[in-house]
Structure formats: structure tokens, C-alpha cells
Design a protein around this ligand. Structure first.
Ligand code: SF4
Length: 387
């Protein structure tokens, strides 16, 4: 394509975005062409980001809990899983899990993010009891737990329906679901990465069911390995289609692949420019998902900060005890203090606002940081401000 044709094509896309028309597969593929300026794509995404979420950069105060790394599956991109008899395999005791809840409370966390492996010998009840035990002892902390892959495994274990599993987990204390396990939906890629675990129709059906019974969920895409631009845009469009029907996704998180210690360790990790382009295109394609997250653990602090001008409005949280991406070679710290995270957002020219898991403003006691309550929805704030 000649430069003048390219400019005309970009103007067409810009007109669509400015008049809130939906972008097509062809539009998304065009924006991935390396000749299309990353700055232009970023500026357009930033326009949408500010229209939807104003000048705010959201963060939360959270901790991770990975109850076991033993897993029946062997996804090729995974550096976290261990075999049943591996000396580095573990399954946490009740005491260890409760200790994590106590630590989270003492640090003022509003959320525990709970995901892990599918242990060969642990029954469904073990996973359910983790939720009920934490809820009973630390009722204020929101439990965002189990990816669709785990829910699919629980359905296999219990021989019940997705709805039964989700409902049972909710009565134990589950508050919402994270977005992991989506990887890349297109079978040309998914079959190369993780052909055994929950397939694309199952992943989408689990999230659809969660939304139908009133659970909010997040969604993700693991990019930068064997997939092509076509697979990424196809993935985003499948999420957009489900969101049109249910409106249950709160935030989309593009996850950059880390190759170290995986079966794909011969691949390079995606470049910073690829990270930013994917962030921006996600913001532009997903017109019906309110928030886009730059997960600093995976992207690195500098890229996450820059991403706040490329479509992202959220950088996740303080994050304690992250294991999954550090096992795969993430060089980021394992934790950031609240002051560090606020400074990082301010440096990027955004106003830091603490949110809870379901995007309500968090109000903290002036004298005791660990005492907090959830306020109004931040999305209502954004609408009032005309963002
Ligand atoms: S990604 Fe999840 S399901 Fe796949 S091997 Fe790793 S822990 Fe198991």
C-alpha cells in the first residue's frame, strides 16, 4: 500500500472511531500493519480511553494465592505447572492459606486473586473449601477466583453443570472470576498451545453462564508466541460478541507471553512496541468493555506506565506473591507499595484512583489504612464527568 493510500485508510478508521462506529476485522488487521504508525494508533486509542475513562489511572490493593502448582495439563506456554511427583510441586495447607488471608487483611488488601493448577489428587471440595474458609475468616476480602479452565475441571470432577459449579462456588464466597485460560481462541493456535484443557466454546460458555447468574468476570488474551495478527483480532471479536450479549466483562487484560522455562523457550518475548500496539488495538476493537488493564507484572513498569497513554486505564495492583509470570522469567518486582503505584500513575500524567475488584471507589479510614469500604461505581463517576 502506498503512503497516501495508507493515510486515507487510517483517516477512514479515525472517522469511525470518532463517530463511535465499530471497527471491523479488516480495520483491526490494518492497524497491526508495521507501516501504520504506532504513535497514530496510540493517539486514537488514547482518545477512546479518555472518552470512556477520563484522565484516571485505576489501581487496587491485592494479593495473589496459587494454592497448588501441580497440574494435570501441560500447556506449552506454562512455566508454573509441576508434575505430581516433582520435588518443587506443592499444595498449600489450610494454615498457609489462612495465613495469606491474615496477611492480606493486615496490608489493607481488598482482593485475593486465586488461581492455580489442576491437582491430580485434590477433589472439588478442596477447591471449594479454600473459598469458604477464606470467606468465613476474612469476609471483607473479595475473592476473585478460578479461571474458566478450573471451572471446566470442577465440572468434570463433579459431573454437574457449569451453572451448578459457579453457583456452588458463589455460595461458598466466590465474588467474581479472573479472565485467565483464554490464551488464543482460534483453534489453529489453541491446538498448538493447550489442546487438552477447556476449549474455546467451553471458555466462552463458562463466562456466559457466570454473567447470566450475576457474576462479573474479566477477560484476557495471551499474545506474542505463535499467533498472527489475524488470530488476535479474531480473539478480540469473539470477546466483543459475547459482551454484546451479556455485558458481564469488566476489564480486558492483554497478557504478554514470557518464554523462559516454557516449552516455547526458543521464542523471543514480544517487544515493547508490540505490547503498546496490542494495548491500543484492544482498546479500539473492544468498544463495549469499559476498562483495559496494563498488567505491570507482565509488561514491566515502564511499558505499563506508557500504556496509560495507549488505551489502558488500569495497571492492576500492588500484587503480593505473584508466581506464575515470575516462573516464566518476568523481571518485575514481586510487589509494589501503594505509594510506588500511585507515583507511577502520576508520573504518567494520570490521576490515581483506588478501585475494588468490581470497580467501585475504595474509601479508606484516614487514621487506619487497613479499614476501608467500597463506595460508588467508578464508571458512574466517569459518566458524570462526561468522560
Ligand atoms: S496454564 Fe494452567 S492449566 Fe495449563 S499447565 Fe499451566 S497451570 Fe496447568
Amino acid at each position: 500500500m502506498q503512503a497516501n493510500e495508507r493515510d486515507a485508510r487510517f483517516r477512514e478508521i479515525r472517522d469511525k472511531v470518532e463517530s463511535e462506529q465499530r471497527l471491523s476485522m479488516e480495520d483491526g488487521l490494518f492497524l497491526y500493519e508495521p507501516e501504520v504508525s504506532i504513535q497514530q494508533v496510540g493517539e486514537l486509542a488514547n482518545f477512546v480511553r479518555e472518552r470512556k475513562n477520563g484522565n484516571v489511572g485505576y489501581y487496587n490493593i491485592n494479593t495473589h494465592l496459587n494454592p497448588t502448582n501441580v497440574c494435570v495439563y501441560r500447556c506449552r506456554f506454562c512455566a508454573f505447572r509441576k508434575d505430581l511427583r516433582d520435588e518443587n510441586g506443592y499444595a498449600m495447607s489450610d494454615e498457609q492459606i489462612l495465613h495469606r488471608g491474615a496477611e492480606a487483611t493486615a496490608n489493607g488488601c481488598t482482593e485475593m486473586h486465586i488461581v492455580g493448577g489442576l491437582h491430580h489428587q485434590r477433589k472439588y471440595e478442596w477447591y471449594r473449601d479454600i473459598i469458604s474458609m477464606l470467606k468465613e475468616n476474612y469476609p471483607k476480602i473479595h475473592l476473585k477466583a478460578w479461571t474458566a479452565v478450573e471451572i471446566d475441571w470442577f465440572r468434570f470432577q463433579t459431573k454437574k453443570s457449569f451453572e451448578w459449579v459457579l453457583d456452588d462456588m458463589r455460595s461458598a464466597g466466590l465474588g467474581s472470576m479472573p479472565g485467565g485460560g483464554a490464551e488464543i481462541f482460534h483453534p489453529e493456535v489453541r491446538d498448538q498451545l493447550c489442546e487438552h484443557k477447556a476449549n474455546t466454546p467451553a471458555w466462552l460458555e463458562i463466562h456466559r453462564t457466570a454473567h447470566q447468574i450475576g457474576l462479573k468476570t474479566n477477560c484476557t488474551m495471551l499474545y506474542g508466541h505463535v499467533e498472527k495478527a489475524y488470530h488476535r483480532i479474531d480473539h478480540l471479536m469473539r470477546l466483543r460478541e459475547l459482551q454484546d450479549k451479556t455485558n458481564g466483562f469488566q476489564v480486558f487484560i492483554p497478557l504478554a507471553f514470557h518464554p523462559d522455562n516454557t516449552k516455547l523457550s526458543d521464542l523471543k518475548k514480544p517487544s515493547g512496541l508490540m505490547d503498546l500496539r496490542t494495548m491500543a488495538i484492544s482498546r479500539l476493537m473492544l468498544d463495549n468493555i469499559q476498562h483495559i488493564k496494563a498488567y505491570w507484572i507482565m509488561l514491566g513498569i515502564e511499558t505499563a506506565q506508557t500504556a496509560l497513554a495507549y488505551g489502558a486505564d488500569d495497571i492492576d495492583g500492588t500484587v503480593r506473591h505473584e508466581l506464575i509470570y515470575h516462573d516464566a522469567g518476568a523481571k518485575t518486582p514481586e510487589f509494589m507499595s501503594v505509594d510506588q503505584i500511585k507515583d507511577l500513575i502520576r508520573e504518567a500524567g494520570r490521576d490515581p484512583i483506588e478501585r475494588d475488584t468490581t470497580y467501585n471507589r475504595v474509601i479508606r479510614d484516614e487514621n487506619d489504612f487497613t479499614v476501608w469500604q467500597s463506595g460508588e461505581s467508578v464508571d458512574a463517576d466517569a459518566q458524570l464527568a462526561g468522560a
